[in-house]
Each structure stands twice: as structure tokens, then as C-alpha cells.
Design a protein around this ligand. Structure first.
Ligand code: ZN
Length: 173
């Protein structure tokens, strides 16, 4: 993003545009969960105060990859607002903000990006959903002790639980 200083009136000027994805200089690695996939987009308000150029705005870029919460595909813009101040020399005709804007975007990229703020997370196994629903209703949920009884040939869980407790007491004494 290059600010043409000659086009800044006393009130400054606002610029909108984008730079190609290559400007982000993304160095791909097999360990990347996401990668830069779209142009660097920006909106900049630039104003000169004497020799001080003040630029505020917002920048983002499209990233694609794998959601760190649900494991699904991710295609989402990440970016942030920025404020840049820099001294310009007399005779300068433009100011290049590309590296600052690139840095804004890369710093805004989360360590664990998710596909959306509402990402529900990984799908819950159906058996577990049924179990939770049964517990909430107070009935209908499978009793894990009954399942164990069936496997061990009919010993009831009433007999098993105290035996466990007794063992623990003996250990404590
Ligand atoms: Zn997700």
C-alpha cells in the first residue's frame, strides 16, 4: 500500500484497495494449519501534520486451511485495525506502508484459527448424545453397571461397589 503524498489535502485522504497475496510473503510449511490465500485488503486514512504522516485504518487477508477446533475446512479473513505514524522527508512523493500493513495482518492471525466464532467444535459421537439425553431425563440412559453385570455373568453392582470401598479402606489402614 503506497500513500501518494501529493494527493493528501489539508484534511488528508482515504484510500481503499488491495495488494496481491504475494505481498504477504507467506513462507509455506507442511506444519501450517492455514495459509494466506487471498489478497491483502486495506482501507487507509492518511493525513500530514507538517512532516509527520499519520495513517489509520484496517487491513485483512483471506486465509484457508483447517479449523483448529472442529477439524473442518477454514476459509476466513483475518486482520485488524492499525495506526502508523512516520516522518516524511521534504521532496518525498509517496510513503510505502506495505510492510506495516503486512505485519498488522500476520499479528492478527490467531495461533489456533477457527472456522468461525460460532464453531461448534468436533461432532459428538451419537452414543454419547443419547447417554447425555437419558441422564437429563432421569431415565432411559443405559446403566453402565448393568452392562458390566451382563459381562461378568450376573454379579450385581450392589455387591461390587461395597467391595471396592472395603479394599480402599484396607489400603488406608
Ligand atoms: Zn470449526
Amino acid at each position: 500500500m503506497i500513500v501518494p503524498l501529493s494527493k493528501l489535502g489539508p484534511e488528508g485522504a482515504t484510500f481503499e484497495g488491495e495488494d496481491p497475496v504475494e505481498v504477504l510473503a507467506w513462507d509455506p510449511s507442511p506444519r501450517d494449519v492455514v495459509h494466506a490465500a487471498g489478497p491483502m485488503r486495506w482501507r487507509v486514512k492518511a493525513q500530514l501534520f507538517g512532516s509527520e504522516l499519520v495513517c489509520t485504518g484496517r487491513a485483512d487477508a483471506l486465509f484457508e486451511g483447517v479449523c483448529c477446533r472442529c477439524g473442518g475446512s477454514l476459509s476466513r479473513r483475518f486482520g485488524d485495525e492499525f495506526a502508523i505514524s512516520r516522518r516524511v522527508a521534504e521532496g518525498d512523493t509517496e510513503a510505502d506502508l506495505t510492510s506495516e500493513i503486512r505485519e498488522t495482518i500476520l499479528l492478527a492471525l490467531p495461533n489456533h484459527p477457527v472456522c468461525s466464532d460460532d464453531c461448534p467444535g468436533p461432532p459428538v459421537p451419537k452414543a454419547r448424545v443419547a447417554g447425555v439425553a437419558g441422564e437429563r431425563a432421569g431415565e432411559g440412559g443405559a446403566d453402565p453397571w448393568s452392562a458390566l453385570d451382563a459381562l461378568s455373568g450376573g454379579t450385581t453392582h450392589e455387591n461390587k461397589r461395597p467391595r471396592t470401598r472395603k479394599t480402599q479402606n484396607n489400603n488406608n489402614q
